[in-house]
Write a protein that binds this ligand. Structure first.
Ligand SMILES: *Cc1c(COP(=O)(O)O)cnc(C)c1O
Length: 300
């Protein structure tokens, strides 16, 4: 059971959303695909006040652009399938535990960590492993019992990808910012959302949490709505139409006709996805080629 809240929720309203059985607070540092930025400090403060950890998905910024622990998040998750791998050749994920959350303080909420695990000879994770309690439970229960572990070949691909992450993220951001600025001036584009744009609704949060860059993903609307968006997509030649995101190669998605097709317009809006929304994952190609492709497709 989950209680959904708007990331822009006020502190008072956020307080009122906690229930007696609330176990954790979860949010995406940059949401996919609506590109809202999580006010990590606000959510960490509220979570800790109610004795639960804040877990954040840092897939889009990566550790190159955001270090959520410094803002109070307790646990960070990543889809390594995205920027970390970089080239879409292996699926994977990671959980990073700061070790800062004190599970024993709210023992009754977390019996899986604070009471004996009979499948491991009565181990009490918090007693045996202290700050590493949560991550050891993940390693034993998720990796050993359930087999959530990458194959050696996939781990190798990820390792190779990580070696260039810092270079790729800079280029992704630089290219995305240039394209966002270009689209902003284009008559066929009705709106552009990118946290790096000075007048973006997320700019203030971006300055605080992502001062060196956010990611390469931008979203924008095509004048002419759903139909024009589909025509635009079909006219692209360099950008590939794929559901994948955060790849070295520029790729593009129209959620209303693909990933979110089961939703009506009202549900789409509630999910932060308008029917004309194009999500473009700007790659590391030469920016002149990316802009030329987008321009010729907009022309059609
Ligand atoms: C894709 C994605 C996920 C899911 O990752 P998979 O590796 O595809 O399972 C989770 N969070 C974000 C922000 C994503 O973009």
């Amino acid at each position: 059971e989950a209680t959904f809240v708007d990331p822009n929720i006020s502190e008072e309203e956020l307080e009122s959303k906690f229930k007696p059985n609330t176990k954790l607070v979860f949010g995406e540092v940059i949401s996919n695909p609506s590109l809202q930025i999580l006010d990590i400090e606000k959510f960490a403060k509220a979570a800790h006040k109610h004795g639960v950890p804040l877990i954040v998905d840092n897939t889009f910024p990566t550790p190159v652009f955001c270090r959520p622990f410094t803002w109070g998040a307790d646990i960070v998750t990543h889809s390594t399938t995205k920027y970390m791998n970089g080239t879409a050749n292996a699926v994977g994920g990671a959980i990073v535990d700061s070790g800062n959350f004190d599970w024993t303080k709210y023992s009754e909420k977390f019996p899986g960590l604070t009471s004996p695990d009979e499948t491991y000879h009565g181990t009490v994770y918090t007693k045996s492993f202290g700050k590493a309690a949560y991550i050891v439970k993940m390693t034993t229960n998720l990796m050993r019992d359930l087999g959530s572990i990458p194959s050696p070949q996939n781990a190798f691909y990820l390792g190779v990808g990580l070696e260039t992450l810092h270079l790729r993220m800079e280029r992704h951001y630089e290219n995305a910012l240039a394209l966002a600025r270009h689209l902003k001036e284009h008559p066929k584009v009705s709106w552009v959302s990118f946290p790096g744009l000075e007048n973006d609704s997320q700019y203030a949060l971006a300055k605080k949490y992502l001062p060196k860059g956010s990611c390469g993903v931008i979203s924008f609307g095509i004048a002419g709505g759903r139909e024009a968006a589909v025509q635009f997509m079909d006219s692209l030649t360099l950008a590939a139409i794929v559901t994948h995101v955060a790849d070295t190669r520029t790729c593009v998605l129209h959620p209303a006709s693909t990933t979110h097709r089961q939703m009506n317009d009202e549900e789409l809006m509630a999910a932060g996805v308008s029917p004309d929304l194009i999500r473009m994952s700007v790659g590391i190609e030469d920016i002149r080629d990316i802009i030329a492709d987008v321009d010729q497709a907009l022309g059609k």
